[in-house]
Design a protein around this ligand. Structure first.
Ligand SMILES: [Mg+2]
Length: 348
């Protein structure tokens, strides 16, 4: 429904692989002096200096991870970079370089790839990262997109999932559940469109949650904010699969339990109203929705005063001894065991 039917189409075979990469990357600039050699040789060269190198990679497959009928290619490029940068920031590191590899079927013309790379470039410019290499190749069906991000951090600054201690506070940035609900709205509109292509969707009431799905922002600002506040988290992770499974990763790796409070979960008003419309539980969406790309971390209780009242941060619970388990305290003051998969398993 978002596809532009009037776009020009240039076959990729007109450029050849080398020409294609050169064409797609010609407007990218370099931000980091650690980038010694970018695209254009057999391999890129990075100056590793005395810092530690953080590497993360993600593979996205059309039909599994994204649907091009409502995901514009520019947004896909942007989001694919965000997904990776989010993991670098979750290590408390600075992202400096990315590589981008794509496999595409012959149904995509050059202009489609230009759109994709426009999104990648916007992400690089906004987050100051250098595109230093990658590969393009053909696929028999659909599009595959793999991005690797490389970051740097001082050894003492890297934050792992394993450092949480009993009594630490559990903190999350931003709000939860929006990306999942945005996806539900887009899926619904896609079905309406398939039945009646004349029907133009009215998405005014869903702008925030759709943006959370189509154009998420990695929280580069949060590690910077914490540094300013002189708070070093004891553990950290980004929320790609949903709050519930991410806090379970922290607890499992830290050998602790946790207690989260339903009433403390940060929800945007649009998340609440859309949940009412879809008749789904907002807490379930916050716990299991995923793709929010917020940062979830633990801090010493001694640091509470430093973050108290900050509009970017919500304290949603605390870490407990391992034998106390991982639990959610509901508004009705009931304790429910957290599950990695969905709220339904609680209710059932
Ligand atoms: Mg992650």
């Amino acid at each position: 429904m978002l596809e532009d039917k009037n776009q020009e189409k240039t076959s990729l075979s007109e450029l050849g692989e080398f020409g294609l990469i050169k064409h797609l990357t010609k407007h990218f600039s370099s931000y980091h002096k650690t980038t010694i050699k970018s695209v254009g040789d057999d391999a890129a060269v990075i100056d590793s200096s005395e810092k530690q190198t953080i590497v993360t990679t993600d593979l996205l497959i059309e039909g599994v991870h994204f649907d091009l009928s409502y995901m514009p290619l520019k947004h896909l490029g942007y989001k694919a970079v965000m997904v990776n940068l989010s993991d670098v920031y979750a290590m408390n590191a600075e992202a400096e370089q990315i590589t981008v590899s794509i496999a595409i079927s012959n149904r995509f013309p050059l202009e489609a790839l230009e759109e994709l790379y426009a999104g990648i470039q916007l992400a690089c410019n906004t987050y100051n990262v250098d595109l230093i290499g990658g590969d393009t190749t053909s696929s028999t069906k659909g599009m595959l997109l793999s991005i690797t991000a490389i970051g740097k951090a001082n050894k003492e600054d890297v934050i792992y999932r394993s450092g949480a201690k009993p009594t630490d506070l559990v903190v999350v940035s931003g709000d939860l559940g929006g990306a999942y609900l945005g996806l539900q709205v887009l899926e619904r509109e896609k079905q309406v469109f398939q039945v009646n292509p004349e029907n133009q969707p009215d998405l005014d009431n869903y702008t925030y949650i759709i943006e959370r799905q189509l154009k998420p922002e990695a929280r580069k600002d949060i590690p910077e904010l914490l540094k300013e506040l002189d708070v070093k988290p004891t553990s950290m992770i980004d929320i790609s699969d949903g709050l519930s499974s991410e806090i379970m990763h922290i607890c499992t790796q830290s050998k602790t339990g946790c207690k989260l409070y339903e009433e403390k979960l940060p929800l945007d008003p649009q998340v609440i109203s859309t949940c009412e419309e879809f008749e789904i539980d907002a807490t379930m969406v916050a716990l299991s929705g995923g793709e929010d790309y917020e940062l979830l971390f633990t801090i010493s209780i001694d640091d509470y005063d430093k973050i108290k009242g900050n509009p970017n941060l919500s304290v949603i619970g605390h870490i407990t001894e391992e034998n106390q388990g991982m639990n959610l305290v509901t508004r009705a003051n009931q304790e429910i065991e957290l599950k990695a998969q969905g709220w339904n398993s609680f209710k059932g």
